[in-house]
Design a protein around this ligand. Sequence first.
Ligand code: NAD
Ligand code: AHE
Ligand code: ZN
Length: 369
Amino acid sequence: MKTRAAVAFEAKKPLEIVEVDLEGPKAGEVLVEIKATGICHTDAYTLDGFDSEGIFPSILGHEGAGIIREIGPGVTSVKPGDHVIPLYTPECRQCKSCLSQKTNLCTAIRATQGKGVMPDGTSRFSYKGKPVYHYMGCSTFSNFTVLPEIAVAKIREDAPFDKSCYIGCGVTTGVGAVVNTAKVTPGSNVVVFGLGGIGLNVIQGAKMAGADKIIGVDINDSKEDWGRRFGMTEFVNPKKITGDIVAHLVNLTDGGADYTFDCTGNTTVMRQALEACHRGWGTSIIIGVAESGKEIATRPFQLVTGRNWRGTAFGGARGRTDVPKIVDWYMNGKIQIDPMITHVLKLEEINKGFDLMHEGKSIRSVVVF
Ligand code: NAD
Ligand code: AHE
Ligand code: ZN
């Protein structure tokens, strides 16, 4: 079939809206009509050429929602008409990682996913007879896409696509980092670095978990109002304080935070987040994705004296199990999504969504098909 898609032909170039060819689902795969997709900073990072696994031409996008239109041979867990959220972290429930119950990082298809192809080693997308690669196993910047069955979460049918798509990455990543990875406890002091589409979800997760102080750190002053809307109690712009940001935060939290979260992808900030943790127990969670080649550093003494440095992907969520529950949280009013969706765009306007993100003018832009 033919489908409209925003194709990343080259790094650092705008996406081009073209009709691509899409092969139907093979064994164990499903065809999904994407109804809406968010634009996450990770899409921009890959388009800008910062991803070690970046591959072109490809169809980016990994934060979508849609409807199953066709299933390949052997598919049993979903059927045409089911509403689904694509999962860049699948859940096969059979691999060593899934069976361990210690991680959400399913390994069933990770190797082929990182190479931009389906589990059989080929792409379903092509343009003018040449392959166009998949992205994070999802490629939600296409009106139709093919995914492995283990990489879709079936969700309730009354959830609106233009909101539930955000659960495909940003919401689950931020809220999940708090509840699944850090396991923030009531009364904790929390510091969140970077108040964008992920950081605001960390804030609402921390509020839900009963945190006491929730301090937001951002170099963009306009993020203060945003943070306060979701439960932030104090705001710090590191450019506006005198002295060292770590000392400032340690002072605000009576010796250091119980939990800190990096939602910037900046390795200098990651170090600050670790060092702003309380001696003896503070835990820093890296969510931000750093540019290819960047490394983190700190004095080992920071860890010797009891700080913990950890990371999380997709908020530690097991997609097929946890994503439907997060959709329920949204539908039941436990978490908010609507106010964070600042811009709704047509596919033809998708590059504007990237510009708004780089200019710090959006929280989430959503493309509706
Ligand atoms: P965003 O662009 O919406 O937000 C980033 C925020 O960080 C902005 O408000 C910006 O002003 C702020 N910021 C930038 N530099 C800063 C600095 N030096 N100090 C303080 N604040 C600073 O991006 P997003 O969509 O929220 O994504 C945030 C990060 O999380 C990205 O690196 C993205 O790739 C990553 N991410 C990771 C996962 C995961 O599973 N681990 C999932 C989604 C996104
Ligand atoms: N491909 C990059 C790493 C990118 C990365 O860390 N991605 C996160 C999700 S970001 C979503 O917005 C992730 O899930 N990581 C775990 C995984 O298995 O990819 C690189 O450095 O090669
Ligand atoms: Zn993302």
